[in-house]
Write a protein that binds this ligand. Structure first.
Ligand code: DQA
Length: 146
């Protein structure tokens, strides 16, 4: 059974609890990951986490995940909106992926409307806070079983 998921966070997620709580909820990344781990357990998924502030490292994590995971939950933060390098690395990974954002990126500044990874993903969840990760894991579980 394919059930290994990597949840990858990008730039500025190490300081999640210091970012605008109206958009991001005020949790630390560790607290967020603990919640996501619980969702994953309830869905019978194995979960691994990574976070980096370095774009090249995020790409390398995608290269590595191609061998160690069956699916990806991606929140690259601001890179979502412009990193063609991350898009290319995601293509290399050839894994089902769901894009997640804590905030409602579709209702914020114009530059956040663009996602360079969206069409490579099986789904996108935004504006649902931590609960959005549960939806993302459900979507991914279905995609991994296909
Ligand atoms: C974010 C939305 C991005 O626009 C922003 O740059 C982030 C967080 C979110 O989870 O809402 O860093 O990905």
């Amino acid at each position: 059974m394919r059930n290994r998921v990597e949840v990858m966070h990008g730039v500025n997620f190490d300081v999640l609890d210091r970012r605008d709580p109206d958009h991001y909820g005020g949790l630390t990344l560790t607290e967020l990951e603990a919640r996501v781990k619980r969702f994953a357990r309830e869905l019978g998924l194995e979960v691994l986490f990574s976070q980096t502030n370095h774009e090249g490292e995020f790409c390398e994590n995608l290269h590595r995940a191609a061998r160690s995971a069956d699916g990806l939950v991606l929140n690259p933060g601001a890179w979502t909106h412009y990193s063609w390098a991350i898009r290319d690395a995601l293509e290399v990974a050839q894994l089902p992926a769901v894009e997640v954002h804590l905030s409602a990126v579709g209702e914020r500044e114009e530059w956040r409307l663009v996602s360079v990874i969206r069409d490579l993903c099986v789904g996108c969840v935004q504006g649902k806070g931590v609960a959005g990760y549960r939806d993302a894991l459900e979507m991914l579980k279905e995609a991994m079983q296909r």
